[in-house]
Design a protein around this ligand. Structure first.
Ligand code: FE2
Length: 279
């Protein structure tokens, strides 16, 4: 349940922090399940890495299929020059994505419930639809940077409705690569559009509006258990993690079913695997 002040902050700054939204027990259950998924993952099956830098070159079937399954992606710096893992597999995965919230009971339980439904409603989502889940490890030492972007780039609706639910599973600090955002930046235009045509994905530039600088951006250092909700047009970024401490987080990307979801978004669902909300 958000206070009026928190709702106002969301509209003014483009984001709101909700401390203690998840309990230590809920976090422990999700972490344990993520660990199992990584344990069960055979690194030989894919060396797909996740990078936000050379997106078009790294889009492959493994990535596209992950729209509706549970896939592990390596950190960009996970492998040495000989193609061998630099550190244990459990410390090499960048993220798991992108449909755990619908496929796995533990993830589904974490991703739904009356509390989340209430927050979504208060933020103005009339018919929330959860398109994507990501478990982000931000591994110690090699946790990759995520360059400046807006999540609306990946989930276009008319009008813009995508809202990100970002759960801190560990304390996020300047040292381990917390989020940075530009307060009020959600009032600036959408810079890019991530478009899928069959198996081909392209990034179209929509605006020359520059990304925020250190002068206007603020770090969102939050404690484990905090839920950060932000607007789809809010520019955000996270630095590489060079610290010895991981920075686990879990995210959901949610649009409003009352808007029109672009048929060119990379994740599509149909009646065999329908998109669902927080209920
Ligand atoms: Fe994002």
């Amino acid at each position: 349940m958000l206070t009026q002040e928190q709702i106002s902050q969301f509209h003014e700054d483009g984001y709101v922090l909700i401390p203690d939204f998840k309990t230590a027990a809920e976090i422990a259950a999700l972490r344990e399940r993520a660990e199992q998924i990584v344990n069960d993952f055979d690194p030989a099956s894919s060396k797909s890495i996740f990078t936000t830098k050379e997106q078009e070159q790294h889009i492959d079937h493994y990535f596209l299929n992950s729209a509706t399954n549970m896939s592990c992606f390596f950190e960009e710096e996970a492998f040495d020059a000989d193609g061998k893992l630099k550190q244990d597999k459990s410390l090499s995965i960048n993220k798991i994505g992108h449909a755990m919230h619908d496929l796995d009971p533990v993830f589904s339980a974490f991703s739904r419930g009356p509390g989340l439904a209430q927050v979504a409603k208060q933020l103005g989502l009339q018919r929330p639809q959860i398109w994507q889940s990501m478990y982000i490890f931000k591994q110690p030492g090699i946790g990759g940077e995520v360059r400046w972007h807006q999540d609306a780039t990946y989930f276009e609706t008319d009008p813009v409705s995508v809202t990100t639910f970002w759960f801190a599973l560990e304390d996020a600090t300047l040292e381990n690569g917390c989020l940075w955002a530009e307060p009020g930046g959600h009032k600036t235009p959408m810079r890019e559009r991530f478009v899928r045509h069959g198996d081909v994905v392209t990034v179209e530039k929509l605006s020359d509006m520059p990304w925020p600088s250190d002068a206007t951006a603020v770090p969102l250092e939050v404690k484990a258990g905090t839920l950060v909700c932000f607007h789809g047009l809010l520019p955000h970024y996270s630095a590489p993690n060079r610290s010895p401490i991981s920075r686990h987080a879990y995210t959901l990307h949610v649009t409003d079913g009352a808007t029109t979801y672009s048929p060119q978004n990379w994740i599509q669902r149909d009646e065999r695997f329908p998109v669902r909300g927080f209920e």
